[in-house]
Design a protein around this ligand. Structure first.
Ligand SMILES: [Zn+2]
Length: 311
């Protein structure tokens, strides 16, 4: 009898102990960012040897972290005249037998523009903020969620090629998944998260703010006011200017971009000085970590709580 009670007590105790999953750390963020934005990758222009190195780097991180290829390989390839582009698509199956049929897509573009106007002999546009920063964030979440193993919905970790050529990679993947009737709940694209906003501002903002309750819900899940509204995002219609847009266009789901670039905190957009050493690694790591409970809440919500607001 005593043994039974002891056994029950012990098993109750064990079930209460949650294994702590390592959260993203600065040195990992730094390592990936410095590689992706290095001169060796020559500005990651679509169709070059430089972007090929970036693609292999991303595939290796997926492999090492048990993220599976969603298609036959990690590559979703497409043609742009004589050039071949590759989106890299990793898959983490949901843990809930019903909710796993619904997908959350997290993405960023890993391509950049290659070269830009020479400054002091430098012609390589390294694209650290645009968008190695978003790429690193998606890779860190892939590592985290793979270890945590508590994503009820399935997740696609998507790194796009040819964004800089007019959202060609994301358009290709969105059309392909639409043809396959994939049940996508939400898509979030991360663009330029490498520099912090001024104190007093929300850490990040979302494009297409008023078209859904996504910002409000993510903040609720995080129990933290991380994401706000940026007037310039609306003025310049940033919602339509990055890889989330093709997903909205095809699926009419909440598909939006989150960024911490606010037109006042970074002067090197498409400039050779968009380099790794201009990035605020502390801010990046902080942002990546703060977003985890927000993403977790979205991925595990019992129903599709984030919805388009029809006016
Ligand atoms: Zn970009």
């Amino acid at each position: 009898m005593k043994n039974t009670i002891l056994l029950i007590l012990l098993s109750t105790l064990l079930s209460c102990v949650t294994i702590k999953v390592e959260t993203p750390i600065l040195s990992d963020v730094e390592k990936s960012l410095y590689y992706l934005a290095s001169d060796e990758l020559e500005g990651r222009k679509t169709g070059t040897d430089g972007i090929e190195k970036a693609a292999v780097f991303i595939e290796n991180i997926f492999k090492e972290n048990k993220i599976k290829p969603y298609f036959k390989t990690y590559r979703d390839s497409f043609n742009l005249k004589e050039i071949i582009g590759y989106n890299i698509v990793g898959y983490l199956e949901g843990t809930d037998k019903n909710l796993k049929n619904e997908f959350v897509i997290l993405g960023a573009h890993y391509d950049h523009i290659g070269k830009a106007k020479e400054v002091n002999g430098d012609v390589i546009a390294n694209g650290a903020n645009d968008d190695a920063s978003g790429t690193v964030a998606v890779l860190e979440w892939a590592k985290y969620f793979s270890k945590a193993n508590n994503n009820k919905r399935s997740i696609l970790f998507t790194l796009y090629d040819a964004e800089e050529m007019g959202l060609k990679g994301s358009e290709h993947l969105a059309k392909k998944l639409k043809a396959a009737h994939l049940n996508i709940y939400t898509m979030i694209n991360f663009e330029m998260i490498g520099v912090a906003r001024a104190t007093g501002e929300t850490m990040a903002y979302i494009t297409g703010y008023e078209m859904s309750n996504m910002a409000e819900k993510l903040n609720t899940y995080a129990n933290n006011e991380i994401i706000g509204f940026l007037p310039q995002a609306k003025t310049y219609n940033l919602f339509k200017r990055s890889d989330n847009y093709p997903f909205y266009n095809e699926f009419k789901i909440p598909a939006q971009a989150i960024s911490t670039f606010d037109f006042t905190n970074f002067e090197y957009y498409h400039h050779v000085d968009d380099e790794a050493d201009k990035m605020d690694l502390k801010h990046m790591t902080n942002f990546i970590n703060k977003m985890i409970p927000a993403l977790q809440g979205m991925i595990n919500a019992p129903t599709k709580e984030i919805t388009i607001i029809n006016e």
